[in-house]
Write a protein that binds this ligand. Structure first.
Ligand code: HEC
Length: 214
């Protein structure tokens, strides 16, 4: 371009330089903002403000037991036999690294979760209150125990005399802290890493009344 050419030649050249710079950046794999990547690829399952939905919450608190390297591997390869897809074909290694770092940072502004919202989130199976207050199965209620299968998010109710599984049911994502029982042994409460508390009626399986107060 000759110096002193018309103004639009300068403008055009400057525009083309900007496009070239953008392309160079994309090719070098410079990660886009992790927040933008999250909105595009993850929000549908992991929720607004990373509070979880179909997939678990992705917050520093909920990821305490997951090492960042493992989180990166999960984002790249997905988790076998779960709904978590791998993103290695859509995202660069840098983008995956940026995302796996970002999910360990607090959400700003901090999400609010108050008592009214907790109450509103509570659901209960219809007719739960009318279920009989005695076990529908034959085993000794004092010798029934639970096996929590962390890997595939299931719980088995086992007859401790015969070592037979009375029921096996899907739990919420990643139970932790150990199940807590009501004094009569009828109800069991589970905390799960996706932020729910679930109450099961052990005596009335398979009609599991379930309520999840936050
Ligand atoms: C189609 C739904 C879906 C999409 C889209 C999705 N995830 Fe997931 N993700 C899941 C599910 C379901 C799990 C739980 C898998 C299991 O049972 O272990 C999960 C698990 C994870 C975990 C492990 C969490 C833990 O506590 O063990 C991470 C980290 C993660 N996802 C990050 C992401 C990121 C980052 C994206 C976007 C790039 C994404 N996910 C997109 C459904 C999804």
């Amino acid at each position: 371009m000759k110096p002193g050419g018309p103004w639009w030649q300068f403008a055009l050249a400057a525009g083309m330089l900007a496009i070239a710079a953008d392309m160079a950046r994309a090719q070098a794999g410079v990660p886009a903002e992790p927040a933008a990547l999250y909105s595009e690829h993850c929000v549908a399952c992991h929720g607004e403000q990373r509070l979880g939905g179909m997939g678990p919450a992705l917050l520093p608190e909920s990821l305490q037991r997951v090492k960042p390297a493992e989180a990166g591997a999960v984002i790249g390869k997905g988790r076998a036999a779960t709904q978590m897809p791998g993103f290695a074909d859509k995202l660069s290694a840098e983008q995956i690294a940026a995302l796996s770092k970002w999910i360990y940072t607090p959400v700003t502004p901090a999400p609010t979760w108050n008592e009214a919202q907790i109450r509103a989130s509570r659901t209960e199976v219809d007719g739960a209150a009318a279920l009989p207050a005695r076990p529908v199965w034959k085993a000794d209620p004092m010798n029934v125990f639970l096996v929590v299968e962390g890997g595939d998010h299931h719980v088995s109710v086992v007859d401790g005399d015969r070592f037979e599984v009375i029921h096996r049911f899907a739990s919420r994502f990643a139970l932790h802290g150990g199940p807590k029982f009501s004094p009569d042994g009828r109800f069991v409460y589970f905390g799960s890493r996706d932020g729910w508390i679930t109450k099961y009626d052990l005596w009335n399986g398979p009609w599991w009344p379930r309520c999840a107060p936050g």
